[in-house]
Design a protein around this ligand. Structure first.
Ligand SMILES: *Cc1c(COP(=O)(O)O)cnc(C)c1O
Length: 380
């Protein structure tokens, strides 16, 4: 059986957890938390980062920092994970869903301006599969209308837009270390605070509404309740695990990109002969090997191919279902049809991609996909 995802272990995780356990400091904001944050600050030049218990929590912190009012609107793509919208809904804002591009699951930046009203407060962008959204256009809109931009960079570690690391371009950026992501610690996340006006308050929100972080740095002699907040810090055990993964970033990324390229070259023929799309690539964005997908020509084809692969011992999976049509939000949506988002919900199929996947297994996946289309007499 070729499974869809296998969380990778570098081998050093338990060693660092052991160190954390015997250091006597197990709660958050200790040495390993600082090491992980410094990794982001040194490798990618992030201004200020805070490790969180998930990307969902990092997005929630971002929503809290915006001080949303019930009349405020936040523009979010519909083709994304629930958390990209949920964080803002929880803070009381109204989410206005935007469509994807025709051939690219990312938000179609050319539709954003028509969704902006006097109540719009922020735009959330999701770099799907680690491929950058059109950030120049989006940041220019934000400037013109005085809006905040939050990058959901959950899938976008170590990927770049015109040379700038994703997650560092908007006012705030959120990363995920869920076990399905390139770098993982089971559950984990990180908030990048790129706009310095948010730094002080972000630390307070992170530490249950107290100024404990600045107390620990010795800047004040006692700490207390200053603002709203929650417990957004992961324990040192999670941070220790994560640090082992970050140390191996280069090796992990190289392997994932090798697999991605193998799929791409082997399956290119489907694009040429069947007009079936392979992952979108952009000249302005790098590829971080997060995900490889096919866009089938119909929902039926996606289901048939998925079942065919399953009967051959290969687990491929579909992805997001449009949020504007979800049980929770459909009656709050304004009724616009978002056809590209719906098409990706129906037709996109993700292939296995993880560190331990061998190129022989990759070849088996590619051959099975080609067999499927050959049996249907669609492929020569
Ligand atoms: C994985 C993911 C999330 C959620 O991350 P968690 O760390 O599980 O909270 C949010 N947005 C996107 C785009 C994701 O891929």
């Amino acid at each position: 059986m070729i499974v869809f995802n296998k969380p990778y272990l570098t081998g050093k995780e338990t060693h660092y957890i052991y160190q954390a356990v015997y250091s006597g400091k197990l709660s958050g904001n200790g040495d390993f938390t600082r090491k992980c944050q410094q990794f982001f600050e040194q490798k990618w030049n992030f201004n200020k980062t805070l490790l969180t218990t998930s990307c969902t929590d990092a997005l929630e912190m971002a929503a809290m920092l915006l001080d949303l009012k019930p009349t405020d609107e936040v523009i979010v793509p519909s083709f994304t994970f629930v958390s990209s919208a949920l964080a803002f809904v929880r803070e009381g804002a109204k989410v206005i869903f935007a469509d994807s591009h025709k051939g690219n699951p990312n938000i179609d930046e050319t539709t954003i301006e028509s969704l902006i009203t006097p109540n719009t407060k922020a735009i959330v962008v999701v770099h799907y599969a680690g491929v950058a959204c059109e950030m120049d256009t989006i940041m220019a809109l934000a400037k013109k209308y005085n809006l905040f931009v939050i990058e959901d960079a959950a899938q976008a570690i170590d990927s770049y837009y015109k040379g700038k690391p994703l997650g560092s371009i908007g006012h705030l950026g959120a990363f995920s270390f869920h076990e399905t992501k390139n770098i993982q610690c089971g559950e984990g996340g990180l908030l990048a605070i790129n706009d310095h006006r948010f730094i002080e308050r972000a630390e307070i929100i992170w530490e249950k509404g107290t100024n404990r972080a600045s107390f620990f740095r010795g800047e004040i002699d006692k700490y207390g309740w200053k603002d709203t907040g929650s417990s957004f810090l992961p324990s040192e055990l999670n941070a220790a695990f994560l640090y082992a993964q970050l140390e191996n970033l280069q090796q992990i990324q190289a392997k994932r990109i090798t697999i991605w390229n193998y799929y791409y070259h082997s399956l290119k023929i489907l694009e040429e002969q069947l007009k079936l799309n392979l992952p979108f690539q952009s000249k302005d964005s790098t590829n971080n090997g997060h995900m490889f997908y096919l866009i089938c020509n119909s929902k039926e084809e996606q289901i048939q191919l998925r079942e065919y692969l399953k009967s051959n011992g290969i687990l491929a999976v579909f992805h997001y279902q449009s949020l504007h049509r979800s049980d929770y939000y459909s009656n709050k949506h304004d009724g616009r049809i978002l056809k590209h988002s719906d098409r990706f919900s129906d037709c996109l199929l993700r292939l296995p991609l993880y560190m331990e996947l061998t190129l022989e297994e990759c070849e088996k996946v590619c051959q099975s996909i080609k067999d499927f289309f050959q049996t249907k007499k669609m492929l020569l």
